[in-house]
Design a binder for this molecule. Structure first.
Ligand SMILES: N[C@@H](CCC(=O)N[C@@H](CS)C(=O)NCC(=O)O)C(=O)O
Length: 220
């Protein structure tokens, strides 16, 4: 498997966790988003959308979009399952995952941040306010769903990690790095701490990757 990733990319973080949970090894090609390498021809040929992540499994065209990749991995490598067995459970897990991956995260990706800066000429403080606002909106939604539903147990849904935890891990990590007090969302925080205590999640953390800049690397 060949995995196109960047240490700070939250969508790559999702796929890293899934690969780790499944015990799958992938050769990582780091695409430096800070150097706009996603827009260079070499990567554009892999993913014409010019976003991370992408995954090549076998002699097939690259897979793209983190949720699609994680579901592909779950279907082809079914142990341990990342989606519940029942339709309602699957709908809930996908709903939680999509709150992060389809609603919150797209407002924060580099091309949106660059547009806010270069086209709309918003200053750094205003851009930071934008990021915090949307991170908090998603945290509130997650907390509301998780706190009120008996299906929330050790993890977002039940006693084992699912696609929902995979997505939430990145969202909470980004919230913390943006200075948001996640203690204000106690169910989210409890589930996040439970997930990040698992090696599959901890090893996938953005600050623990081979391409993480040395100065930022997590001290063990
Ligand atoms: N919805 C996509 C997100 C893709 C995305 O925006 N990825 C970011 C990194 S997390 C990226 O590569 N951005 C490049 C850019 O915005 O120019 C997924 O879940 O895979």
């Amino acid at each position: 498997m060949q995995f196109f990733s960047f240490w700070r990319s939250l969508a790559s973080f999702r796929v890293r966790i899934a690969l780790n949970l499944k015990g799958l090894d992938a050769n990582v090609t780091a695409i430096d988003l800070d150097a706009d390498m996603q827009r260079k021809d070499a990567y554009r040929r892999v993913n014409p959308q010019m976003v991370l992540p992408a995954l090549i499994d076998g002699d097939h065209p690259p897979l793209f979009q983190s949720l699609a990749i994680v579901e592909y991995l779950d279907e082809v490598y079914p142990t341990p399952p990342l989606l519940p067995a029942d339709p309602r459970g699957r709908a809930r897990v996908r709903g939680l995952a999509q709150m992060v991956a389809c609603e919150g995260h797209p407002l924060l990706v580099p091309r949106v941040r660059q547009y806010l800066e270069h086209e709309l000429k918003l200053d750094a403080a205003t851009r930071q306010a934008w990021a915090k606002h949307w991170l908090v909106e998603t945290l509130k939604g997650l907390e509301g769903h998780l706190a009120k539903d008996a299906a929330t147990e050790r993890f977002c849904h039940g006693d084992t990690p699912t696609l929902a935890d995979i997505c939430m891990a990145g969202h909470v990590t980004a919230s913390i790095s943006n200075g948001i007090d996640v203690d204000a969302y106690p169910t989210v925080k409890r589930v996040f701490d439970t997930a990040m205590a698992l090696p599959a999640f901890a090893k996938a953390h953005p600050l623990a990757q081979p391409d993480t800049p040395e100065a930022m690397r997590m001290k063990r």
